[in-house]
Design a protein around this ligand. Structure first.
Ligand SMILES: Cc1cc2nc3c(=O)[nH]c(=O)nc-3n(C[C@H](O)[C@H](O)[C@H](O)COP(=O)(O)OP(=O)(O)OC[C@H]3O[C@@H](n4cnc5c(N)ncnc54)[C@H](O)[C@@H]3O)c2cc1C
Length: 479
């Protein structure tokens, strides 16, 4: 669980040790070659996760000729392919709605398709006992319930979305906006002219190709473009913190939860014995319940695995293979021992390994823990986040402001960063690199890129008045 109070918490999984082979002593020289330029556009968005879809839609709506490039065959990043489809902290402990704009529009569109669930607006910031019980029973209290100053449980505005419908809706939103979409396209490096990013190189089944653009927005989550731009980055994390974790998520379906509930309610001693047996055999009986309509028989298991090297392929492979083995074994133990799981099966494991922390920029403004306690808007505020996860400190400082400058890497022109690689230290990341946050970064970066192109200025010279007006026009809440 997250740590409240000062300092990053160290109660998560510690980094896993394994024997790493590393590189050999040899190198090879890559041959120079001419490659085809397949597009010349205004704005190139790299990565179609929460940050990328918002950036592409926002840039296209702002009138820029925009293309979105995604390595997988679906959009949504972690929010769909990572099976972490909970969009938390949309409002404060006091019931104030803080994240609107693209994020709210997506939730509204999904709700219209019965593909999102969230507490009624009348319950936000209030302590309705039935609502509290619903989320407690689902093991989702961390996302939905907080204590107010009087120590009473109150309900937060948090949404759960259906990942499959989301993939379709995200495609629709991007294409409707007028942005072009290329899936199955991995971006490998920026094209640099001095300190200016002029485009990107891609690798795909179609080979190695190039795209040129006036502004490139890195929404790859890990800032994949950054190392070759020369900008300053960090990947500092504290072992055992939330961001120092890989996530391996899977869904078990066909679970008879009525039978499970009857068992836990009426035979608590036997239940405790079953839990002890599963634990003794190396498993865990902990799971969360799906909260979408018609998901009654589905439970989620979020397995966190400590790591300080989340862009290292050897570590990613080690974590994926060992965690898959442990997870399937865990389900086998539930099926064998736990009433209700007899006919269950693993329906899906997340197609993409969950990364919580990778490299990030040290940009024009570097957000730190102090900014969580400042309570003052910036002159270039692009988003206001609900600070709900720091206990008493959150009650004192319920709003955290985000400046546009935290999306601008130092020493590079033509590049914005609108994903969890935004400019911030490990403490700030611990609380504010979630899906709704990245959607806000994306919406702001896309709007700013479109303005930069229209006005013929660099991204750091965008007129903030125009940016603010554009964000407000599309429903952003800026406080
Ligand atoms: C286990 C776990 C649980 C979490 N739970 C929650 C939660 O419940 N709620 C929440 O809000 N947040 C949660 N998070 C955090 C959240 O998922 C991420 O911080 C958020 O998704 C970051 O969004 P992003 O756009 O920066 O990156 P991502 O979601 O990682 O999206 C990046 C996208 O870029 C693509 N991409 C990457 N590199 C390239 C490349 N080189 N070329 C082309 N495409 C590329 C990826 O395929 C992906 O689609 C969780 C994280 C983990 C690991």
């Amino acid at each position: 669980m997250a740590k409240y109070g000062t300092g990053v918490v160290s109660s998560y999984d510690k980094p896993h040790e394994f024997e790493r082979r590393g590189a050999t002593a040899k190198t090879v020289a890559e041959a120079r070659r001419e490659i085809d330029v397949i597009r010349e556009v205004d704005v190139i968005v790299v990565g179609g996760g929460p940050g990328g879809i918002a950036a592409a839609v926002s840039a296209a709506r702002g009138g820029a000729k925009t293309i979105l490039l995604e390595r997988y065959g679906h959009l949504g990043g972690m929010s769909t392919g990572g099976l972490v489809n909970i969009i938390p902290n949309l409002g404060s402990i006091f019931g104030e709605h803080l994240i609107g704009g693209f994020c709210q529009e997506l939730i509204d569109r999904l709700a219209a398709r019965d593909a999102a669930s969230f507490p009624d607006k009348k319950d936000w910031g209030k302590g309705d006992a039935a609502v509290v019980e619903k989320y407690t029973k689902a093991n989702m209290t961390h996302f939905y319930i907080r204590k107010n100053a009087e120590g009473e449980s109150v309900v937060l505005y948090t949404a759960v979305i259906d990942p499959e419908v989301s993939k379709d809706e995200m495609n629709t939103m991007v294409l409707e906006s007028g942005a072009e979409l290329l899936l199955h396209t991995r971006v490998t490096e920026p094209i640099m002219e001095g300190d200016t990013v002029k485009g990107v190189v891609i690798e795909s089944k179609s080979g190695r190709q190039a795209l040129l653009g006036k502004v490139v927005i890195d929404c790859s989550g890990d800032g994949d473009l950054l190392p070759r731009t020369g900008t300053e980055t960090t990947d500092y994390m504290v072992a055992g913190s939330r961001i120092a974790q890989f996530g391996w998520v899977y869904w078990i379906c066909n679970v008879d939860l009525e039978r499970y509930d009857a068992f836990t309610n009426t035979e608590s001693e036997r239940y405790n014995a079953v839990v002890a047996e599963i634990t003794a055999e190396g498993g865990s009986a902990y799971f969360s319940r799906g909260l979408l309509d018609n998901q009654e028989g589905v439970v989620w298991v979020h397995r966190l695995v400590g790591s300080l090297h989340q862009t290292d392929i050897e570590e990613m492979t080690y974590i994926d293979t060992t965690t898959r083995r442990e997870s399937v074994r865990n389900w086998e133990l539930l099926k064998k021992h736990m009433p209700g799981f007899e006919k269950s099966f693993i329906m899906l494991s997340s197609p993409q390994l969950g990364t919580s922390g990778g490299r990030r920029i040290i940009g024009e403004y570097y957000l730190t823990e102090q900014d969580m306690d400042t309570d003052k808007p910036f002159d270039d505020t692009i988003a206001v986040f609900a600070d709900n996860d720091r206990g008493d400190l959150s009650l004192q400082h319920p709003r955290t402001y985000i400046p546009y400058r935290s999306l601008i890497p130092k020493g590079v022109e033509g590049l914005l960063v609108a994903c969890r690689a935004f400019s911030s230290d490990h403490e700030f990341q611990e609380f504010f690199n979630l899906i709704p946050h990245c959607m806000c970064f994306g919406q702001a970066a896309g709007a700013a890129a479109a303005i930069a192109v229209k006005d013929g200025v660099g991204v750091r010279d965008v007129d903030y008045g125009k940016l603010k007006a554009e964000l407000l026009r599309h429903g952003a809440i800026l406080g």
